[in-house]
Write a protein that binds this ligand. Structure first.
Ligand SMILES: CC(C)(COP(=O)(O)OP(=O)(O)OC[C@H]1O[C@@H](n2cnc3c(N)ncnc32)[C@H](O)[C@@H]1OP(=O)(O)O)[C@@H](O)C(=O)NCCC(=O)NCCS
Length: 271
């Protein structure tokens, strides 16, 4: 077998060293994993994406997030100015401005792209979708954390403005053209300016509630809240008195089984 040249050995050592240094906190691995999930997100969420080549070449939203993943990586490594410059070039190329500090989870999808702005202290969970013209911005009145947090599975419609340090709960939808400046509960839909909920926790707002089998039960609610409090106290007790841990855990296990039976009864199973 041919012996590798000194030049090749030097190159491979340099590349290996650079990889190990860049990945010293595991960031590079996370970046590459996120990029893979972004490509998969396009194919999952846009029926127009016929194949991988089309996804890679025709989606400026994908190009923008790819560049952001790199600027964010170098921003976290403490590289000065360059990530901001590259993010401005990103905006020039794709029409999408993402501050390098913005934290974005896996499976992120920006459809159509143009006109999207994502501010510095924005936090975005996994599997979030934004359409063109969305602003995740500040109100201009806050300091520190001043941009929104979007939890997993959120969709923000075209042209919507989500402003301030607010939280949009899991799987919530923001209608196209809405302006939202207050927290949005999970599984809700908010539309209009100012944003108003038309669906809350999966239920249509203002519609007659014809679900007679799941009536509110204040006694069960009060019991559940007391049980939660007791469990918290027991857990604190376990930390304060580790020698009693085993006895407490045994009692907790028995109590939980009994409670499950009671709550099943409240849910209509009968005892
Ligand atoms: C809000 C949205 C997600 C629909 O959610 P939904 O929970 O299914 O809501 P519904 O369609 O049942 O509509 C509920 C109410 O909100 C109104 N509404 C829906 N979308 C709205 C919007 N963007 N702006 C203002 N009102 C809207 C409906 O007219 C309806 O009003 P009504 O109860 O008085 O009749 C959807 O309308 C939307 O805006 N999606 C964004 C899509 C987008 O940006 N596409 C761009 C593709 S390029």
């Amino acid at each position: 077998m041919k012996k590798p040249s000194k030049k090749n050995i030097a190159f491979l050592s340099l590349a290996g060293g650079a990889w190990l240094w860049l990945n010293r906190h595991g960031d590079l691995h996370v970046t590459l994993k996120s990029l893979k999930s972004d490509v998969a997100a396009i194919r999952e969420r846009d029926p127009a994406a016929a194949n991988l080549i089309e996804a890679l070449t025709c989606y400026s939203g994908l190009h923008a997030i790819m560049i952001h993943r790199l600027t964010h990586f170098f921003f976290n490594q403490g590289v000065p100015v360059a990530p901001r410059i590259v993010s401005q070039m990103n905006r020039f190329l794709t029409g999408i401005e993402i501050h390098p500090a913005a934290e974005i989870g896996e499976g992120f999808f920006i459809d159509h792209g143009s006109g999207v702005v994502i501010g510095e202290t924005t936090e975005i969970g996994d599997n979030v979708t934004l359409y063109q013209g969305v602003t995740l911005g500040g109100t201009g009145k806050e300091h520190g954390k001043r941009h929104p947090t979007l939890e997993d599975g959120v969709t923000v419609g075209a042209g919507a403005k989500v402003l301030g340090s607010i939280t949009v709960g899991e799987n919530a939808k923001i209608g196209a053209g809405s302006v939202v400046i207050h927290d949005v509960p999970p599984n809700s839909t908010v539309v209009g300016n100012p944003g108003r909920p038309v669906r809350e926790r999966g239920r249509k707002v203002g519609a007659a509630d014809l679900d007679w089998t799941h009536l509110p039960d204040p006694v069960a609610d009060a019991m559940q809240s007391l049980v939660r409090r007791v469990v918290e106290l027991e857990n604190e007790f376990k930390t304060a008195f580790p020698e009693k841990r085993e006895t407490i855990e045994k009692a907790q296990g028995e109590g939980e089984r009994e409670l499950e039976r009671i709550f099943e009864y409240y849910d209509g199973s009968g005892i």
